[in-house]
Design a protein around this ligand. Structure first.
Ligand SMILES: [Zn+2]
Length: 175
């Protein structure tokens, strides 16, 4: 699925887990960093086709990623399980929204066993665009209701301006 859709999925669900701003930021990384193996395109198309959805779309990477992010988090075990859950959500979303012939090598590098979803849809499909659109609406809803956007940590002043602008647009008065 599209990278921005993964990032938004981490943000939206992370907002329901009673986390700190830094942990919510980590949620976006947990939900999207499996796609780091897409950078294999820099090593050429053959490497990309062989290793995208393999190097980082597996349980060992999910555990490493979650432990790594946990070290930057306050309530570590709660954060760890949230991150691991979001990593798995990434795998589920990919199994549907990355097109046919993209198996998930869940136990790689220990095993070449993989799962393929016979109901997968194309990468550039209305389903993926709809998922992205619905998550964007959800992001806006969180901004208006809770007064924060995915920029809360990296660009706090822009985050505040966006929230203010959106609340004016929707005539929302925070309680
Ligand atoms: Zn992916």
């Amino acid at each position: 699925m599209h990278i921005q859709t993964h990032v938004m999925s981490g943000w939206c669900l992370g907002n329901y887990a009673k986390l700190t701003p830094r942990e919510r930021f980590c949620c976006m990384l947990a939900a999207s960093w499996a796609d780091l193996d897409g950078l294999g395109i820099l090593a050429g198309p053959e490497f990309y086709w062989e290793y995208h959805h393999k190097l980082c779309h597996n349980l060992p990477f999910g555990l490493l990623l979650s432990v790594g992010l946990m070290l930057f988090s306050g309530r570590r075990w709660r954060a760890f399980f949230v991150y691991l859950g979001l990593f798995h959500l990434h795998l589920v979303m990919d199994s549907y929204g990355s097109g046919a012939d993209w198996g998930i090598y869940y136990l790689w590098p220990f095993s070449n066993w993989y799962v393929e979803n016979p109901r997968a849809w194309e990468f550039y499909s209305w389903q993926n665009f709809l998922a992205g659109f619905l998550l964007l609406v959800w992001v806006l809803w969180i901004a208006v209701r809770d007064g924060r956007t995915p920029l809360e940590i990296i660009m706090p002043s822009l985050d505040k301006q966006l929230v203010q602008w959106l609340r004016q647009r929707f005539r929302w008065k925070p309680s």
